[in-house]
Design a protein around this ligand. Structure first.
Ligand code: MN
Length: 497
């Protein structure tokens, strides 16, 4: 999965009241901060220093240059000195990309022995950043405020997290979802307003007849299918469970052919996310299982039963985490079955086939098993269990008058015992703040059974993304309690009307 080499602009605000000597130092300090941020190795993207902004014209020009530079994913602003904020109004009004306000200061400690009024005038971000913050708040512009010394671990980490959110904001409008079939009949929560989704998120959501895809699948060369089957057999454990080995391999080959055919269709038609429906398989021999699992692992978004919202969210979260080191994985998920034993409560997560192997822990096997859904041949699928650790499950729902993004912090665990008869990839998690409150909150807020899940993003990153998109988000985490959540939902219904 390729991602662009985005950059973030560092724009320091000041004014010409302080004289050239002071402005020289402002520029010098800004350069040192940018150098330090880049040298830290903590930021996923490069920070680029821009000349100090001291006039309305230069601010407006710089903000528009940032808009027009396709490699610029956001602007980091900092007022080293006082920068009268009326100068910022036009630039901010015309600026369209993610905005971060780094509320820092060049020096860490007050220089007690030598401090005088010259020093105070030169180092007054405590003062200048309030003037700037005021106008951003007055104009109602969404931005991230990060507070602290620029060398601190906490500031670096927050900046790194925000950069990833900014990539999600920038890249959202490049997501194109290809649906083979419509939503599953009578299902409510996977439905949604596609026009509003394009207005809010920039997503293009199209549909094709599944037999358009069948032509692509049937056209795949036998040699290519055989080569991919070989790759599967070398990479995954074959769990034949006594089936005839040739017959098993033929079933696997159907999925290999589908993987190549679906990907070619998506590439030829410029789609980054795909939706299937077991009830609309046309001439496909099997419900795409292993094929979809492999495509998700490559970075494509996926949603089942027509769920284009989950497909786009999975793609978005894969884009956001693409550059992350040591990432643990992102997948479509479905809440399936509970363990209600006291002290061991959790939700077994899976889908009928399509769970992304990026979240797998340990060996990944291939099984071929019957599937009542879809009424086709027994599909081949990858089976595994998932990593332990914290993650987030998100659900984007359409409430009729607005979108709401639910974000639930969850703790992934191992199930107590193996589940040898379960032929799907699984995860098992307990939601925060607790099993009971987490579930009550999720249902109260209208969350779906399908989710876009990742180990690699935080609640805060997705809430910031939702805010930038102009939609409501509801966080369910360690701070959630039912009484406050009920009030929040009640108040949000007015705030987002
Ligand atoms: Mn489902």
């Amino acid at each position: 999965m390729e991602t662009k080499n985005y950059k973030f602009w560092f724009c320091t605000g000041s004014q010409d009241l302080y004289g050239d000597e002071c402005l020289r130092k402002v520029a010098e300090h800004s350069a040192k901060i940018v150098e330090g941020l880049n040298a830290s190795g903590r930021l996923p993207y490069e920070v680029v220093l821009k000349p100090t902004l001291i006039s309305q014209a230069s601010i407006r020009q710089t903000m528009n240059d940032a808009n027009n530079d396709p490699m610029c994913a956001g602007v980091i602003t900092w007022m080293h000195t006082f920068s009268p904020a009326k100068m910022w109004i036009l630039g901010l009004k015309e600026y369209k990309k993610p905005l971060c306000h780094l509320h820092t200061q060049f020096n860490k400690e007050i220089p007690y022995e030598t401090i005088d009024m010259d020093f105070m005038n030169e180092n007054q971000s405590a003062h200048g950043d309030r003037e700037y913050g005021h106008i951003v708040s007055r104009m109602g512009i969404e931005r991230k405020i990060i507070v602290g010394h620029w060398t601190s671990e906490s500031v670096m980490n927050k900046l790194a997290d925000w950069m990833i959110t900014a990539i999600g904001i920038i890249e959202s409008s490049h997501i194109r979802v290809c649906r083979f079939g419509d939503n599953m009949n009578n299902v409510a929560v996977t439905e949604g307003d596609k026009v509003e989704a394009q207005i809010k998120f920039g997503w293009e959501i199209d549909h094709y007849c599944v037999n358009d895809l069948v032509e692509y699948v049937n056209a795949v060369a036998d040699g290519d299918v055989e080569a991919l089957v070989e790759e599967y057999y070398s990479k995954y454990k074959i769990i034949d469970e006594g089936r005839d080995l040739d017959e098993f391999r033929r079933h696997v080959a159907v999925q290999a052919r589908q993987e190549i055919g679906i990907e070619k269709f998506l590439v030829d038609n410029n789609y980054q996310a795909v939706v299937t429906h077991f009830g609309m398989l046309g001439g496909l021999q099997q419900l795409p299982g292993l094929a979809i699992q492999r495509l998700m692992e490559k970075g494509y978004g996926f949603g089942a039963e027509g769920d284009w919202k989950v497909a786009a969210m999975v793609r978005l979260m894969k884009l956001m985490t693409a550059g992350k080191k040591d990432k643990k994985g992102t997948s479509m998920m479905e809440d399936y079955t509970y363990n209600l034993v006291p002290g061991k409560e959790g939700i077994l997560q899976a889908h009928m086939l399509e769970v992304c192997p990026s979240i797998a822990d340990g060996d990944i096997g291939i099984k071929v098993c019957p599937l009542s859904m879809g009424n086709r041949e027994d599909p081949a699928r990858l089976v595994f269990t998932s990593k332990e650790g914290s993650g987030i499950a998100t659900s984007l729902i359409d409430l009729g008058d607005r979108f709401r993004l639910l974000i639930n912090a969850v703790n992934c665990k191992k199930v107590e015992k193996p589940m040898p008869k379960l032929p799907v990839g699984t995860a098992f998690w307990t939601p925060e703040p607790s099993f009971e409150t987490g579930l009550e909150s999720w249902i109260l807020a209208g969350g779906a059974h399908h989710t876009a899940f990742t180990y690699d993003l935080t609640v805060e990153q997705m809430a910031d993304w939702a805010a930038a998109m102009g939609i409501e988000s509801v966080i369910i985490d360690k701070d959630t309690n039912i009484r406050d959540l009920k009030n929040e939902l009640r108040w949000n219904s007015i705030a987002y009307r």
